[in-house]
Design a protein around this ligand. Sequence first.
Ligand code: NAD
Ligand code: UGA
Length: 462
Amino acid sequence: MKFEKKILCIGAGYVGGPTMAMIAANCPQYKVTVVDINKQRIDAWKSQNLPIYEPGLLETVKTGRGRNLFFSTEVTKGIKEADIIFVAVHTPTKAFGHGAGMAADLQHWERTAHEIVKHSNSNKIIIEKSTLPVRTAEAMERILQANDKNIHFDVISNPEFLAEGTAIADLKNPDRVLIGSRETKEGIKARKTIVDVYANWISRKRIIESNVWSAELSKLIANAFLAQRISSINSISALCEKTEADVGEVAYAIGTDSRIGSKFLKSSVGFGGSCFKKDILNLVYICHGYGLTETAEYWESVVKINEWQQDRFVKTMLQNMFNTVADKKIAILGFAFKADTGDTRESPAISVCKELLEEHARLNISDPEAIPNAKMELAEAIKQGTGKVEFHKDPYEACKGVCAIAVLTEWEEYKSLDFKKIFNNMKKPAFIFDGRNILDHKKLFKLGFNVFPIGKSALKHY
Ligand code: NAD
Ligand code: UGA
């Protein structure tokens, strides 16, 4: 079949895979190829067991797979034939050298830029899909234009705003798609080409066009603002616990003001995920680079409050379990950083579990999707051997014989567990620490539990 355009995506991860599956499903006239250097990942994309868990993803992949959606490890071939190349490789926080712990590690991104130059023999539009520091497009252009093949590349910033667990719904019906380019004749022409791709299924009213720097920066700022709301309400959760105010009631009361809005005001054990912390720290690093100390410190406090909230959760557990958890069995319900994903990157469960293991606790960890990742996250801590860890897919098994339960992910199924049965199989006094405020606390108290929600008065039998 002759395709109108050939689209390539480099990086078959949480962003590249679902985004390209959505483009392919909605644009049968384009050939969409997703390449990755990780063969295992590519093989999984070709199978029934996709490499990531995401509701609705398999159906979307199946719509295009074999028709106009292809997964491959042949990066060179993919580059050669593509008209449009999305770059969706990971951009983690740098772990070494200058800017370690703050700056974005751009090595994977830069490698792809060099690969593109090396293997291209026709003009192409290159799209920054990864989240990148503002003004990265300038560096990308410099690498791409340094070719002696007389090839022209246009660099577009088209950051992704999908959230895990709702990726398919977000991609199908996004609040907006942002497409930034240089404001030259060629830049605007390239921008329009990408607008046309999305306009196959998204209303043009929702497609925002901007200059390339605004697009790059808006991605970092969107994540910073979302995370800031969580840290704001989490900082207030501590005050609620001291004053008998209820953080849920406070969030509802303030969220009904249309200027504030109700979303992203759920107090929790802290935000996780691969991006909020990394993107804010990157923003902080960039601000320091421009000498904007106050701006940097303001945003850094969002991350600090998040770390404090996780630590506060463990301290509440310790203080209420008579200042020791050594050799005590504790069930951890939920390890993923949020519900409906198996992703555990930066999950608050990691720091909570590590702290509890340092206190020599014995953990029974349960999660419907994240146990393989949880095992990897805790491998080192388990090897050090201070505490003990068991993994149970079945939450009832995980809760057998424990003296406390910590709910760390808001999985729907935890709301309807038979807590009477769980209570009867626990050591007494029985404690429950609801790090997501998803359970019926009064009911649990009546069953005999000592209940510790976030940002609400504890319900104790002593
Ligand atoms: P990921 O780690 O899941 O996937 C990245 C993939 O790129 C990996 O499979 C890796 O093997 C591949 N890769 C790296 N270098 C390569 C190369 N030279 N050639 C071919 N493949 C290569 O990462 P992700 O979660 O999909 O995130 C990708 C980017 O998107 C990041 O910048 C992230 O900040 C951003 N983002 C992520 C999300 C999210 O929900 N995860 C949402 C919006 C934006
Ligand atoms: C977030 C953004 O929501 C996406 O728009 C963005 O594209 C993405 O980061 C990214 O750049 O990677 P994601 O991290 O997948 O998406 O999930 P969120 O729904 O934002 O949740 C992040 C964390 O905040 C989770 O741990 C969640 O439990 C927590 N959260 C969220 C709260 O504690 N309270 C809330 O009210 C909302």
